[in-house]
Design a protein around this ligand. Structure first.
Ligand code: SF4
Length: 455
């Protein structure tokens, strides 16, 4: 999971780097390990990137050094590569037609195999990032192709996995979404002169733009002074947006493939209350994902909702922290119960998911220490049992609590009085007006494409 944001403008008064900066700021929740911006100025591309959050990485003087008419940015959550400086995106490279910059959200499953094949043919790599493999394929196919869109069409035949990509080339700002639409990507506009490519519509809102439409699964979008051109690279029979975009990843103010994330979460809470009622005094959501869900649960059940858990906004998402010990330290400094809302109450605690369970176990303990009489855990996604190969860092079943334990064992280990999950049908019905199907592989073990065998 990462965030990508691209801007092209005919209007010379638009500050491209600054617009990308604010877009990335709005997408910060999608990745906190690094941030980067690359801007095209005539034939050259200048960039600035570093580890850290968007406001830590960029000073106003850095943005001033990036003039131009088109650019892309990236906030990073790494799955497969290290976060040394060379791997931070956007990657910028020189190829036969000039300079190119590329940034990706997703995971190329066959990247290592492609890398070996390219290396065997004399290609050299500077990073361990799978996006560099895409760039290498593009430059290879650019030789002999008349247009960059032909090279992209060649490249996508070889890559296997999930991806939403934005690029700048000497002519275009480009958006590309994988054939199943696993990762979100949309197009926005500011007036008639400025176009935006963004992982989420909330990024477009943040820069004063208007949402135009989603990039369709398997669609390549090329933007230049003539406007938007579109090419269908794949015929998508069954789209598979990651259901966790609505459950956890995306901002609640984003609309993805027609469905409001906020509404999906509230609706999931309502469905959960119908499926698994409980006698209790107060409903508390685990911020941020569980907040909207708790609101839905409270509305449906008639039990009062309370802001009983305070989240320290200055600590990143624990789930995104890259290793287990960081996660455990982070959760203790991230949440604190509001004792007056909890003391002597029977609490329904609503969370979006249980992956490793570390966070939930500590939260239940905290609520009890704050005086809760009972803690009933209600989860707005079905048990997360199978690894994700498409961008979420859960590569083996050993890391997944529900893969190795039944509901009773999990409830006991976490220390809750009861534990219930929303049903599969329930979560599938939660997004309203969605124009897409969903990837639900981490619940079912049925993947929308071939995936590696677990070792
Ligand atoms: S396996 Fe789960 S987390 Fe991964 S893309 Fe599919 S729904 Fe999302």
């Amino acid at each position: 999971m990462s965030g990508i944001f691209g801007v092209y403008s005919k209007d010379k008064s638009v500050n491209i780097a600054e617009t990308i900066y604010y877009g990335l700021y709005a997408l910060q929740h999608r990745g906190q390990q690094s941030a980067g911006i690359a801007v095209r100025d005539k034939d050259l591309i200048e960039w600035y990137k570093a580890k850290g959050l968007v406001p830590e990485v960029f000073k106003a003087s850095d943005l001033d050094k990036l003039p131009g008419d088109a650019g892309i940015g990236h906030v990073r959550y790494s799955t497969s590569a290290d976060v040394s400086k060379g791997t931070i995106e956007p990657l910028v490279l020189k190829y036969i037609s000039g300079y190119m910059a590329i940034a990706k959200n997703g995971n190329i499953i066959n990247a290592n195999q492609l890398r070996e094949e390219l290396e065997a043919n004399g290609c050299m790599f500077h990073t361990t990032n799978d996006t560099e493999v895409l760039a290498a394929l593009l430059t290879k196919f650019r030789i002999g192709s008349e247009h960059i869109e032909d090279s992209v069409e060649q490249m996508v035949k070889y890559i296997h996995g999930s991806y939403a990509i934005t690029m700048i080339t000497p002519r275009y700002l480009i958006g590309l979404r994988d054939s199943l639409g696993i990762m979100p990507l949309c197009i926005g506009k500011i007036n008639d002169s400025t176009y935006i490519i963004s992982s989420e519509s909330a990024g477009i809102d943040a820069v004063g733009g208007k949402f135009v439409r989603d990039v369709e699964p398997g669609e390549l979008v090329l933007i230049d002074a003539n406007g938007i051109q579109s090419r269908r690279l794949f015929e998508c029979k069954k789209s598979s947006l990651c259901i966790f975009e609505h459950v956890y990843f995306a901002r609640p103010d984003s609309i993805i493939d027609g469905a409001s994330t906020h509404d999906a979460r509230v609706n999931a809470g309502r469905i959960l209350a119908k499926e698994h009622p409980v006698d209790a005094d107060v409903v508390i959501g685990v911020p941020d994902g569980g907040t909207d869900m708790a609101y839905g649960y409270a509305k449906e059940s008639g039990i009062m909702a309370a802001a009983g858990l305070l989240r320290n906004k200055y600590v990143g998402r624990t789930f995104i922290a890259p290793n287990q010990s960081d996660r455990e330290i982070a959760v203790k400094i991230k949440f604190n119960p509001v004792k007056t809302e909890v003391k002597d109450k029977r609490v329904v605690l609503i969370d979006d998911s249980i992956v490793r369970g570390t966070t939930t176990k500590i939260l239940v303990k905290m609520l009890r220490e704050a005086g809760a009489k009972e803690v009933h855990l209600r989860i707005c996604s079905p048990p997360y049992k199978f690894p994700c190969y498409f961008g979420v860092d859960t590569s083996t079943r050993g890391q997944l609590l529900a893969s190795n334990n039944d509901k009773e064992a999990i409830c006991k280990w976490i220390g809750a009085d009861s534990l219930e999950y929303i049903s599969y049908e329930g979560i599938m019905n939660a997004p309203i007006n969605s124009k897409t199907g969903f990837c639900t592989s981490c619940f079912t073990g049925k993947y929308p494409m071939e995936v590696p065998k677990e070792v």
